[in-house]
Design a protein around this ligand. Structure first.
Ligand code: DGY
Length: 425
């Protein structure tokens, strides 16, 4: 890619960030997602820093201004009412000053603020924001292990698929079947009015998403009981790897910023998580797999959740194994990394997390590959990402076989990741 092509992509990406900026926070895309989403914002901030460091810090500050009393950082902040989205604040009814959802999302904030800090040109500004965020993110990490790992195994469980961000992953098809659908208040979906319904989760899945929301609401969103009261408890290796990486990064940043207690605690959490992650390795699939905690067994499902652990400091041999796995996948998909193995009959090239490629996941995977010294493998994925943008625009996700753009358009975190990838190619 020559420098004028790069400049054009940079400008297009920057324009999307600006169009979706609501002043203090950025919506993922107009129509489909009109509020602030947790991990979207943290990853978006990394892109924003290429344009304005102050605006990048503000994105994460705004998110953490809505941290719950118990330490949880909710997955959606409903800053302004918009009935184009379902389920809205009335369904969640979490009774927060600014309405929020009642569940969380992948803990990418620790990673994000370390990246912002390390890259910052304005170190005084960075130090001010990072020092305040350190304590809040540390509380969130402690909340994770206390509330989502009550038996102290070293691995946290999702209690709702929306917590993973990989809403309709094949990984939890069986576990999700056990969630009832009876008694859910009748509702009208809004997502299918903004995006092609064949790219979105099914009605049966939405019934279960809603059943869980209503169940947790009936328990007053009390995080000391939700995990054990949930029929859905899924240990996702990718979700854990993000948390482990964030603990490790927060610890390193805390050392620099002279916060030794936070550094020690998060170093220990990361080490314990890494050791426990090994129990999710599958020799058969050559990657990590989920564990169905409610039923007590591993889930032999070859999704991207089992490749994402490269983002954490896994053993060198595991990193090499995952590179072999990526090579296998490249025999089935033109664009890496598909969110599910195309050779599985349940793979669905255009349906959300059942096949499509997502740039944010590719960003975390390539970051991990580079940290583990697998630069060539990373480079291959990064170039494929920019090819997808050039042919399909800044979509929410892409068909890994044809490259077709899917889901929402003018997507914020896709644009943010492009700003990052442009630096690498
Ligand atoms: C949605 O509404 O599709 C989201 O993934 C929930 O966070």
């Amino acid at each position: 890619m020559n420098s004028s092509q790069k400049k054009q992509l940079f400008d297009e990406a920057a324009n999307i960030l600006q169009v979706n900026d609501r002043g203090g926070y950025t919506i993922p895309t107009q129509g489909l997602y009109p509020f602030q989403w947790n991990w979207d914002s943290c990853l978006t901030a990394i892109g924003q820093a290429h344009i304005s460091e102050a605006r990048a810090w503000q994105e994460i500050d705004t998110l953490f201004a809505h941290q719950w009393e118990d330490g949880m950082v909710p997955h959606i902040i409903f800053h302004e009412l918009d009935d184009g989205y379902f389920p809205g604040p009335d369904v969640w009814n979490t009774k927060q000053a600014t309405p929020t959802s009642g569940i969380t999302q992948p803990a990418v904030a620790g990673f994000a603020i370390k990246r912002l800090y390390d890259r910052s040109k304005d170190k005084a500004l960075a130090k001010r924001h990072a020092s305040e965020l350190l304590e809040k993110i540390d509380r969130w990490h402690q909340w994770f292990y206390a509330s989502r790992d009550p038996a102290n195994t070293g691995l946290v469980a999702l209690i709702h698929p929306w917590e993973a961000g990989r809403d309709n992953s094949i990984d939890w098809d069986d576990a999700f079947e056990r969630v009832p659908t009876e008694g859910v208040t009748p509702y009208t979906r809004r997502d299918t009015q903004h995006a092609d319904p064949s790219h979105r989760p099914t009605k049966a899945q939405y019934d279960r998403y809603l059943w869980l929301v209503e169940h947790f609401r009936s328990l007053d969103w009390n995080n000391s009981v939700l995990h054990n009261e949930s029929p859905f408890q899924l240990v996702d290796p990718g979700f854990n790897a993000i948390l482990i990486r964030s603990c490790a990064d927060l610890a390193k940043l805390a050392e620099k910023l002279n916060a030794p207690d936070i550094a020690v605690r998060n170093t220990q959490l990361a080490a314990r998580g890494l050791a426990a992650l090994e129990s999710l390795w599958s020799d058969k699939l050559g990657q990590y797999v989920c564990f169905d905690r409610a039923e007590g067994h591993a889930v032999e499902s070859a999704s991207i959740g089992g490749i994402l652990p490269i983002f954490a400091a896994i053993p060198a041999q595991r990193a090499t194994d995952l590179v072999a796995r990526l090579n296998q996948l490249s025999g089935h998909a033109r664009y890496l990394v598909p969110s599910h193995d195309p050779s599985d009959s349940r793979f669905d090239a255009k349906r959300y997390w059942r096949g499509p490629v997502w740039l944010i996941v590719n960003y975390m995977i390539t970051d991990g590959l580079r940290n583990a010294g697998h630069n060539e493998a990373a480079q291959k994925i990064e170039s494929a990402c920019l090819e997808l943008i050039e042919t399909g625009g800044f979509a929410e996700y892409y068909d890994p076989i044809t490259g077709e753009a899917c889901g929402g358009e003018s997507f914020t975190w896709t644009a943010a990741m492009v700003l990052e990838f442009l630096e690498r190619v």
